[in-house]
Each structure stands twice: as structure tokens, then as C-alpha cells.
Ligand binder design. Structure first.
Ligand SMILES: Nc1ncnc2c1ncn2[C@@H]1O[C@H](COP(=O)(O)O)[C@@H](OP(=O)(O)O)[C@H]1O
Ligand SMILES: [Mg+2]
Length: 462
């Protein structure tokens, strides 16, 4: 089982970030594979004082989440995506509930969380795990978004397809997915959403899953969903995320990250881990008994990112519980913490160890499953995220879209290793990605990591 060192999380500052703009020699300057010749410098978020006055309004079903001046309706012609954000946050909250229930039952069936094929964990063609939660989340997100935007066509790019469920071997699995979906949709009103008039049938669920077959691209608007990001963490009772983003004309305009095992305060992580390990041995923990997770969200150009607790079993979604998040102000490598995937098959631990050494990072890396790493950077729990996949691996847009916009709006910087913004306009893959992904709380650290990559790339085995 992969290591997770959440208990080692240090008290990195979450005070307002020192947000430098990228240095002037920002453009891709590197040799090496996958290098793009030119790219625009990454867009830096506006300082918070420049028109980012926000307030939460609570009221009708379609209330605004905030008034992001300058980016709001009628403000400089840019849309504020309030309706879309409202829908996305509510829908991700429902999805988190579904995931928590499925994870609880998986752990009850298999307390060791070995990730084996028993207890409802199945294998995809690439041998990665998939569970009822992956299909269940995809079905409810598809159904709820389509219902929320009744008059508009909703286009979704998402990770799962319906082949396994539609096959003759998939009947029992499909039944489990349908039960999980209906069990959550019936509670949609407490999240401010509509329930279906009657339970969805298997064919409705399959149709909702199938509907998520958009191929993305440079034009138009589509949602991007990773129903359970970090499935390995999910089946091991560890961190995972539900990631939903909206892309318009190739740009991520809003992102929502549901992190059901990532508490509102990092100090609670320790407690969560111990509690969960203990409880999963004796009985399924009542998901609603305490607020163990959070949902983060941001929209492009607002200069702000937000976090709210998960809605628990006896609660209702309440926007007043949201609070602003910001990246860490730490810019000294000695005090900085970097995170990376748990699985070294997903990112070279040896290469990042070399980078860490040359930049002067002293702390042990935090190895965390899923886009919770993006959440950690956005909230100031860590300063750096690095991912260097093996040559030939193509990163998918759903693994990054939501996290990228949340980090940027919280004050961070994220690019590929050549300093170019990630390109979400070219289908389901991040085509043209130069070597790896680097996210930092500030431009200074980011610049130093890029330089270290340049200096060590040619002698690496990547
Ligand atoms: N060989 C590989 N190299 C890099 N990333 C990979 C990979 N195989 C899978 N991944 C991606 O890494 C994600 C998990 O991220 P992490 O390693 O940070 O926890 C997976 O998301 P899913 O779990 O949604 O499939 C998957 O998209
Ligand atoms: Mg993923």
C-alpha cells in the first residue's frame, strides 16, 4: 500500500499570499521532449483589492454565490457564471455524499482497503480500479446538470463509459449503481436541487452516463468531470476528489473540487485518519456525524477561491459556511512543502527528489492521492505540486481542469515545465504538455523549479 503522510503536514501559513507576477523571461525556454515553441505567459490573478469584492447572497434556488465585481454580469462584458457555479457546487456536494457512502461500504467489506477486486472494486482495461462510485457520480452529475439547465443543452466530457455496465456481465453492477444513484437523488432537495419525480430506471442511468461523451475541443462550452479522481486512494480509504469544471472556448472558466476526506482544517487530518481507520474496522462511520471534508470552488478572473464544508446527513447546503482560501505566503524553499502523487508510476519520485535537492527544499514530500494536492496548494497547506509522468503518458483534462482554476484564483501559479499554461482546448488530452506540471503558491518558487528542471532534464532518465 502506498504511503501517505498526511500526519506530517506542517503549519504552512495561509495568510494573504505574496503574489508576484511571472518574471519577464517567462516564456518556454527549454530543450527537451514535448517542448512547445511559444506560449503566452500564464495569466496571473488580479490582486484581490482590484474589483474582487465578494459577498454571499442566500435566497432563492438560483441565488448568486457572490458578486464578483468587474467580472459580474454587466461588469466589463464578462460573465460571472454565478448560475453555473451554483449548480456545480450543489451537484458536487451530492456527488460527495454518494462517494462517501460507497467508500464506507467498500471499507466495511474490505477493511484493509487493499484495493483488490473484492468488495465492489473492478478493473478497467488499463487495470486501474473503478467502482460503483465512478459510474454513480457520473450519472448523478449528468442528470442533475441537465435538470438544472432545463432549457439548455448540457455537454459533458467525463472519464467513464457505460460499456461494462451495459454488458451482460454488468447486470448486478448496474443494479448497485442505480441503487446508489437513486439513494442520493432522493435527497437532492437538501442541496437545493430537484429530485426526479420517480426513481431512475437502469436505462435512465445508462443514458445519463452515456450523455457524458463530449470530446471537448477549442470551441463552445462543455463540462469536464472526473467522477472519482484518485480511485486508488478511494478504494484504500484515503484521499480522493470529485472534480467538475466548465470550459468555454478552450479556457477553464470555473472549477469545483469535492474532497470528502480533506477536512476544512488541516489540523483535523490526523484525527480523521485515525478515526477512519478505527471505525472502518467495526462499523461504517456515519458520514454525517462530523464534517470531515470540504468543497472548493473558483471562477476565472474573480481573484478569489472559496471553500465550504460538506453537507452532512442532517444538514442543508448553506452558503454562509463558505470561506475564502488563499495560497501560502511562504516563498523560501527551506520552509516550503512539495506534494506529488503517491504512486511513483504516475510521477517520477526520483526526478522530483533531485529537483527538491537542487532548489533547497528540505521537507519530506507529501504524497497524496488525487487532486487533493491542488486543494492543498490552493488552501496554503503546501507550496509546490510537481508531476512528471513517464514519457508517452498523456495527461487528461479532467485530472487538472478544476484544480488549475482554483489554484490560480487562490493566488498560485501553474504551468507545464516549460512555463506554458496548460492547454484545455485540444480535446480530452493536455496536448503539447512540456514534460510535467508545476504548481506553486508564488512566482518565485515556480521560477526556481522551472530553472531546476532545465538544469537537470538532460541528465535525467525521463
Ligand atoms: N501512468 C500514469 N502516469 C501519470 N498519471 C497517471 C498514470 N496512470 C493514471 N494516471 C492518472 O493519475 C490520476 C491519479 O492521480 P494521483 O496519482 O495524483 O493520485 C489518475 O486519475 P484517476 O484515479 O481518476 O484514474 C489518472 O488519471
Ligand atoms: Mg483522475
Amino acid at each position: 500500500m502506498g504511503s501517505i503522510r498526511l500526519s506530517a503536514w506542517t503549519a504552512a501559513s495561509s495568510s494573504p499570499a505574496a503574489r508576484g507576477f511571472p518574471p519577464s523571461d517567462w516564456r518556454g525556454r527549454v530543450r527537451g521532449r514535448r517542448r512547445r515553441a511559444h506560449c503566452a505567459p500564464p495569466s496571473a490573478p488580479p490582486p484581490p483589492s482590484l474589483g474582487a469584492s465578494s459577498r454571499l447572497r442566500v435566497g432563492t434556488q438560483h441565488e448568486l454565490l457572490w458578486d464578483c465585481r468587474g467580472g459580474g454580469l454587466g461588469g466589463g462584458g464578462r460573465r460571472d457564471y454565478a448560475k453555473e457555479m451554483e449548480a456545480a457546487v450543489r451537484v458536487v456536494q451530492v456527488a460527495c455524499t454518494l462517494c462517501q457512502r460507497v467508500q464506507d461500504s467498500l471499507l466495511l467489506a474490505n477493511p484493509a482497503g487493499s484495493g483488490s477486486n473484492s468488495g465492489g472494486v473492478h478493473s478497467k482495461l488499463d487495470r486501474s480500479p473503478v467502482t460503483v462510485a465512478d459510474w454513480g457520480v457520473q450519472a448523478i452529475v449528468s442528470w442533475l446538470l441537465s435538470d438544472f439547465f432545463r432549457d439548455e443543452s448540457v455537454s459533458i466530457v467525463a472519464e467513464e463509459d457505460d460499456q461494462t455496465l451495459s454488458s451482460s456481465d454488468g447486470t448486478a453492477l448496474l443494479e448497485s449503481v442505480v441503487a446508489a444513484v437513486n439513494g442520493c437523488l432522493v435527497e437532492a432537495p437538501k442541496y437545493g436541487l430537484r429530485s426526479p419525480e420517480k426513481d431512475l430506471r437502469a436505462s435512465d442511468v445508462l443514458q445519463a452516463i452515456r450523455k457524458c461523451s463530449s470530446a471537448g475541443g477549442p470551441k463552445g462550452r462543455f463540462w469536464v468531470l472526473d467522477p472519482v479522481d484518485g480511485t486508488l486512494g478511494f478504494v484504500r480509504g484515503d484521499q480522493y476528489a470529485i472534480a467538475l469544471a466548465l470550459i468555454e472556448d478552450g479556457e477553464v472558466v470555473l472549477g469545483v473540487l469535492g474532497c470528502p476526506n480533506y477536512p476544512m482544517k488541516k489540523e483535523w487530518l490526523n484525527y480523521h485518519q485515525r478515526y477512519y481507520r478505527l471505525m472502518s474496522k467495526v462499523a461504517p462511520p456515519a458520514s454525517g456525524s462530523w464534517n470531515k471534508g470540504c468543497v472548493m470552488y473558483a471562477h476565472k478572473g474573480c481573484g478569489q477561491a472559496w471553500m465550504q464544508p460538506l453537507v452532512h446527513d442532517f444538514g442543508m447546503l448553506n452558503w454562509h459556511n463558505s470561506r475564502e482560501i488563499q495560497v501560502s505566503s511562504v516563498s523560501d524553499p527551506v520552509s516550503a512543502t512539495f506534494c506529488e502523487p503517491v504512486e511513483k508510476a504516475n510521477s517520477s519520485h526520483s526526478f522530483t527528489a533531485g529537483l527538491a535537492h537542487s532548489v533547497g527544499l528540505r521537507k519530506q514530500p507529501l504524497r497524496v492521492y488525487s487532486m487533493v494536492k491542488y486543494a492543498a496548494i490552493a488552501r496554503g497547506d503546501a507550496e509546490i505540486f510537481m508531476k512528471f509522468a513517464r514519457a508517452g503518458y498523456k495527461e487528461k483534462i479532467w485530472d487538472h481542469a478544476a484544480g488549475v482554476v482554483i489554484i490560480q484564483e487562490a493566488g498560485g501559479v501553474i504551468t507545464d515545465a516549460g512555463g506554458c499554461p496548460l492547454d484545455f482546448s485540444r480535446g480530452v488530452y493536455l496536448e503539447g504538455l512540456d514534460r510535467g506540471i508545476i504548481a506553486c503558491s508564488g512566482a518565485l518558487l515556480h521560477h526556481r523549479i522551472l530553472e531546476a528542471v532545465d538544469a537537470s532534464w538532460n541528465s535525467s532518465t525521463l
